[in-house]
Structure formats: structure tokens, C-alpha cells
Design a protein around this ligand. Structure first.
Ligand SMILES: [Zn+2]
Ligand SMILES: [Zn+2]
Length: 170
């Protein structure tokens, strides 16, 4: 759980009805919503909520460090309330589902010294891509991804997602 509401309550965040709805929409596990998705869900709970309030509240939660923005090249920014435990993301190329995942080891450690260009490197965001089980099944289970022309380099090695892992020794 992200316990976003609880964290906001503890820090004395001014909780109006509108702001509470935004926080409620964002609270939970594996929540990665675009601003428009937050607006849609908030409006379903509180029809009179305004777009400006939703966007302002999102900006404030980010400024407070209670929600982080997750950016992915070519996709809309998403808002993630899971700020307590470091995690990376697993994204379905079919439906866009995003899961929080926890790879073994620290992704910072795998960047060799020679490729740090003198930077003090303080963070790394890793996005794992593939197909969720439902999307893999809908495509006949071969995990073949369409060439959708996205600009970033995708999954070198192209291990087909879903089904049995081909890497597993028998
Ligand atoms: Zn999917
Ligand atoms: Zn996340």
C-alpha cells in the first residue's frame, strides 16, 4: 500500500473535499495514472471537481514528495504514490498496465565507472517491457510485438514475455 492518505493526514495536509478525492484516486498499489485519468476518476467521485483543482493538487503532491512523476519517452507523464520503497516499472506494451517491480541489486551498480563521464550518479530508472498475460493470450501467446515505431530502444534480446520462461533450465 502507498498509504498516501495516511501520510498526508500525518503531515497535516489541508484536506478539502476536492483535494481528498484526488488523494483517494491516487492511493493504492501499482497506481500510475496520467493527469487526465486522475481527473476522470476524481470527477466520477465528485462531479463538481474542477480540472484546475486536480492539476494544482497533483503539482502540490509532487512538490511535497508524496507522489512522483514517472516519465516514459513518447508517453504521457504518470503519477505514482509509491514513494516509500524504491522500485522500477514493468510496462505492458499492449494495454499500458504498469506494475511496480523490485529487481535484485541496485540498478546504479550496473553502470560501469567508465560510462559515468565524471557524473556523481544518484539515481536510475529502469523500465522493463513486455506483454501482460492477458495481452499475450489475446495475441495467440507468441508474445510477438508489433513494430510501433517508438523512438527508444526496446528490450534488447527480446525475450518473449508471458508463458513459460525460455531461460529456465529443465
Ligand atoms: Zn497488457
Ligand atoms: Zn511505480
Amino acid at each position: 500500500m502507498s498509504n498516501l492518505l495516511e501520510r498526508l493526514r500525518l503531515r497535516g495536509w489541508r484536506m478539502t473535499a476536492q483535494r481528498r478525492v484526488v488523494a483517494e484516486v491516487l492511493d493504492g498499489e501499482h497506481i500510475h495514472l496520467t493527469a487526465d485519468e486522475v481527473l476522470t476518476r476524481a470527477t466520477a467521485r465528485l462531479p463538481e471537481i474542477s480540472r484546475a483543482t486536480v492539476y494544482n493538487t497533483l503539482g502540490e503532491l509532487v512538490a511535497l514528495g508524496e507522489v512522483v512523476e514517472v516519465s516514459s519517452v513518447g508517453r504521457a507523464k504518470r503519477y505514482d504514490p509509491n514513494v516509500l520503497r524504491a522500485h522500477q516499472h514493468l510496462v505492458c506494451a499492449g494495454c499500458g498496465t504498469v506494475k511496480d517491480v523490485h529487481p535484485q541489486g541496485n540498478p546504479l551498480d550496473v553502470l560501469p565507472e567508465g560510462e559515468r563521464f565524471g557524473f556523481t550518479v544518484t539515481g536510475a530508472d529502469v523500465t522493463y517491457r513486455g506483454l501482460c498475460p492477458a495481452c499475450a493470450a489475446a495475441r495467440g501467446g507468441d508474445g510477438e510485438l508489433p513494430d510501433d515505431g517508438r523512438p527508444e530502444g526496446e528490450s534488447p534480446g527480446g525475450e518473449p514475455p508471458g508463458g513459460e520462461s525460455p531461460a529456465r533450465p529443465q
